[in-house]
Write a protein that binds this ligand. Structure first.
Ligand SMILES: CC(C)(COP(=O)(O)OP(=O)(O)OC[C@H]1O[C@@H](n2cnc3c(N)ncnc32)[C@H](O)[C@@H]1OP(=O)(O)O)[C@@H](O)C(=O)NCCC(=O)NCCS
Length: 169
């Protein structure tokens, strides 16, 4: 499965992405606002990759590898079912060298269009730590609506949602 944007290519994950995952999740700055906080070891990154591949097989959608058009890996992004509510959650993370170029906004916009075409989901959600300004800006720029602040594992998160009708209008 593949999604193309103006500057980026998203492709389904495979175990060939392990080195890229290990590098991405080893950077504490990238993990600062994620459950992986201080970063993951290579083994833990491999476990995460495996979880994403299993999710893709179980649900027909999941996280994608994000690359530049020349094939350079820059991160991963896509959708996971959030176990707490059963809703489908948009998420993304990029290598530090790829920040500040509008890539996350480009990827999130393409993913939102894609999920409502590829599935019959009524809505998707996303959440970012309340103080994760960059991520919240991405969500706002893609047209997601802020709903509320909720504590997840005692950390305040800003929640967003987007309904199918809203996304396709
Ligand atoms: C969040 C993340 C994906 C944003 O990626 P990005 O490609 O740099 O985002 P964009 O370039 O599309 O920028 C979106 C907006 O955020 C702003 N922004 C980016 N980094 C910022 C920062 N550190 N502080 C404040 N604003 C920031 C941009 O200026 C832009 O707003 P603008 O168009 O009004 O100028 C990236 O910072 C990242 O991978 N962070 C670590 C992982 C993470 O936190 N993921 C989200 C978990 S919820």
């Amino acid at each position: 499965m593949m999604i193309e944007t103006e500057r980026l290519i998203l492709h389904s994950l495979s175990f060939a992405d392990l080195d890229n995952f290990a590098a991405l999740y080893s950077d504490p700055e990238v993990n600062r606002y994620l459950s992986s906080k201080n970063g993951l070891t290579r083994e833990q990154s491999g476990d995460r990759l495996k979880q994403f591949i299993i999710h893709q097989e179980a649900h027909g959608y999941g996280r994608f590898a994000v690359s530049l058009r020349d094939g350079t890996f820059v991160g991963n992004a896509g959708f996971l079912v959030w176990e707490e509510t059963g809703e489908t959650e948009l998420g993304y993370l990029l290598k530090r060298s790829a920040w500040g170029k509008g890539y996350a906004t480009e990827v999130a916009t393409a993913l939102i269009k894609w999920i409502f075409e590829a599935t019959n989901l009524s809505h998707v959600i996303a959440f970012a730590e309340e103080e994760n300004v960059a991520s919240r800006k991405v969500l706002e720029k893609t047209g997601m609506t802020f709903t509320d602040i909720r504590l997840v594992k005692e950390i305040p998160f800003a929640f967003y949602a987007l309904a199918r009708d809203q996304a396709l209008s």
